[in-house]
Design a binder for this molecule. Structure first.
Ligand code: FE2
Length: 288
């Protein structure tokens, strides 16, 4: 039965300071421990710094198997290279959607020696039957991401999924995936509200990265660098705090399958993880 109630705040996840790659400082909300996943989302990292020492070492060559990575750059310039020969420049406002499938080996390196680097990486799980599919990669420059200007003065970027507006539907460049991901970047001025339908049955969360935010009808204030996991329902309404708000709105169809993770490998069983490690050690991770 579809749940037609408005979604409410179920729990707040505070981002934890950590580092990854060759020493990139970041804030991890989803995935900071086992219990903070939100099926099908495995991990959400925010990186944001004006100090090159926090990001310059980047993410040298490393493998992935069994899921997808979505990198959204707000400020800065990163370069991606992988074993398939893909080379991509990720610039401000652009998105890289990478399906590791059975295996990808890639590097993600900053192309700037000063200035601000800011963005996100989201890991989305793949269903068991798609974990060993061939790797895929797509660069989506900022110009290909639809922007909807809100009457309140804010705006929404539709990276994945759809947003109905005044009788028509804005479609993001990413569609047709089993997990039905919705990925919006919403910016609101102080006190403005924003509502959106989210199909019942999808897991959803908002991640606040500027200002603060409330759910309509809820007195709790979501501070900067916090994630709000939502209850089920078919819509959600937010109200920006006194200094405005900018947040990601993420939703996806849960897979309800067992997860066994070992670093950059995410499979369904321990045997599959052992196989992934063996394949990587013997140079067969990406073999078709
Ligand atoms: Fe990676």
């Amino acid at each position: 039965m579809a749940n037609t109630a408005p979604r409410k705040l179920e729990r707040i996840i505070s981002a934890m300071n950590t580092s990854d790659g060759a020493g990139v400082r970041l804030r991890r909300s989803l995935g900071s421990s086992e219990g903070t996943r939100l099926d099908p989302f495995l991990m959400l990292d925010e990186f944001s710094s004006d100090n090159p020492g926090d990001y310059i070492a980047g993410f040298p060559s490393h493998p992935h198997r069994g899921f997808e990575t979505v990198t959204y750059i707000l400020d800065g310039h990163m370069r991606h290279e992988d074993h398939l020969g893909n080379q991509g420049d990720l610039r401000s406002g652009g998105v890289q959607w990478m399906t590791a499938g059975r295996g990808i080996i890639h590097s993600e390196m900053p192309q700037q020696e000063e200035g601000r680097m800011r963005g996100f990486q989201l890991w989305i799980n793949l269903p068991a039957k798609e974990k060993m599919k061939p790797a895929g990669y797509r660069d989506i420059p900022a110009e290909e991401i639809p922007v909807h200007e809100l009457p309140s003065g804010g705006r929404v970027k539709v990276i994945a999924g759809t947003l109905p507006v005044n009788g028509h539907t804005i479609e993001g460049p990413i569609a047709g995936l089993t997990t039905e991901p919705m990925y919006l970047d919403v910016q609101l001025p102080a006190g403005a509200s924003f509502s959106a339908p989210i199909p019942s049955g999808l897991n959803a969360m908002a991640y606040v990265f500027e200002g603060n935010l409330q759910l309509a009808g809820d007195t709790r204030m979501l501070p900067t660098h916090s994630g709000a996991v939502l209850t089920d329902g078919d819509s959600v309404e937010f109200i920006a705090g006194s200094s405005g708000a900018r947040f990601l709105l993420l939703a996806g169809r849960p897979l309800n399958e067992p997860i066994v993770q070992y670093g950059p490998f995410v499979m369904n069983t321990t045997a599959e993880i052992e196989q992934a490690v063996r394949d990587y050690q013997t140079g067969r991770l990406t073999a078709t």
